[in-house]
Design a protein around this ligand. Structure first.
Ligand SMILES: *Cc1c(COP(=O)(O)O)cnc(C)c1O
Length: 364
């Protein structure tokens, strides 16, 4: 990408920033484009950001391989479309192999291409969003560059743009100029009349960026490529080991994650959420469940690059044992977890009636 803003505080905030720039770009070209296309596999933040930025969404169906359906896309294109928002690799962990054709269809009709970069962990040192035709991309530093995600943050979602969108970046930008002695110096550039304005106080979540920067410098270009390669190998190893035991709706080589479906287990009365709870009894952190929405009873498994062969094998063994338990003793899985100090929490009630006081029961 040609220029970057470090301001956005999360992926979703980066999406909003990117979409506001897309809006400003079309307005500056005296065009009224009010709609954003998103695939049905997209993350929930995508439609939310589209609405927050003042657009409306047009959803397109994925094809039988779980990828963007080019014909569907062509049908959905019109003079009203401001951009296509795409995650690549997508939320099924599949690389959009027709990305260059997709980019051409979008750009030929005057729209722009947004990349949700949440899955960049599969791509570092291997492929560049800019080469695929993306005009805007956000990076989730807390997903790809070392800061653990979850637990409420803080995160950071810098946004990179091609030169066509650079005038619209948030202010201030860090710029460079040459002083009277001929030395280069940095300054804050506020003089950007087309800017969408400020998106965050000062420069976003600085601490997260320091961690990401150190991580990048420590790994170097070869190290980052190795990170992505290991993440991809780990995911494919898990996928191959588990696909005889759980339904795999979209097969083929995956990137850093893949999505199983618990439909076979559901027939025995066991839900994917039960399987996730049962994993806690094995001391394992459960994967994301019920996302993406196009897979019923979804289990999205993203091992990352850091797991050893031993810990991957431990996960495989637990998942296979749970599949066996579903056949032989489904009640055991349905009443899991058995071994944790508290069992099933009423998460909705916990969120609605926040009570953070600890009370010890008299008789315990
Ligand atoms: C996590 C994620 C997001 C949102 O990022 P946040 O940093 O959590 O706001 C958007 N899209 C995809 C595909 C994601 O996985």
């Amino acid at each position: 990408m040609d220029q970057i803003t470090l301001q956005p505080a999360a992926g979703a905030h980066g999406e909003l920033t990117g979409l506001l720039m897309i809006n400003a770009y079309h307005r500056n070209n005296k065009q009224q484009r009010s709609k954003i296309i998103i695939p049905d596999s997209s993350h929930g933040t995508n439609p939310a950001s589209v609405i927050t930025a003042g657009f409306s969404t047009v959803q397109i169906k994925s094809n039988s391989k779980g990828l963007v359906d080019l014909e569907e896309l062509k049908r959905a294109m019109s003079e009203d479309i401001a951009a296509l928002m795409l995650t690549n690799p997508n939320t099924l962990g599949l690389f959009e192999s027709e990305i260059l054709e997709i980019s051409k269809v979008v750009h030929d009709s005057g729209a722009l291409l947004y990349m949700d970069g949440a899955n960049l962990n599969a791509m570092m040192g291997i492929a560049k969003p800019g080469d695929m035709g993306f005009d805007v991309v956000h990076f989730n530093l807390h997903k790809t560059f070392s800061t653990p995600h979850g637990g409420g943050g803080p995160g950071s979602g810098p946004v990179g743009v091609k030169a066509n969108l650079a005038p619209f970046l948030p202010i201030p930008l860090v710029a460079r100029k040459t002083d009277q002695k001929g030395d280069q110096e940095h300054y804050f550039d506020y003089d950007r009349p087309l800017s969408i304005g400020r998106m965050h106080g000062f420069f976003g979540n600085f601490g997260v960026m320091v961690k990401a920067y150190v991580y990048i410098r420590q790994n170097g270009p070869d190290g980052l490529r190795e990170v992505s390669e290991n993440a991809i190998i780990n995911a494919n190893y898990l996928k191959k080991s588990l696909k005889q035991h759980y339904h795999l709706p979209y097969d083929g080589i995956c990137q850093h994650e893949f999505v199983l479906s618990g439909v076979k287990q559901r027939e025995k009365g066991v839900k994917t959420s039960d399987i996730a709870k049962r994993l806690l009894d094995f001391g394992l952190h459960a994967p994301t469940v019920y996302f993406p929405l196009i897979v019923p009873e979804a289990l999205m498994i993203e091992p990352t690059e850091t797991e050893s062969k031993e810990s991957l094998d431990e996960f495989i063994a637990a998942m296979i044992q749970i599949a066996r338990e579903v056949e032989e003793n489904p009640e055991l899985v349905k009443s899991a977890p058995q071994s944790t100090p508290v069992t099933r929490l009423d998460e909705v009630r916990a969120a609605r009636e926040l009570n953070v006081r600890w009370e010890r029961k008299q008789n315990t």
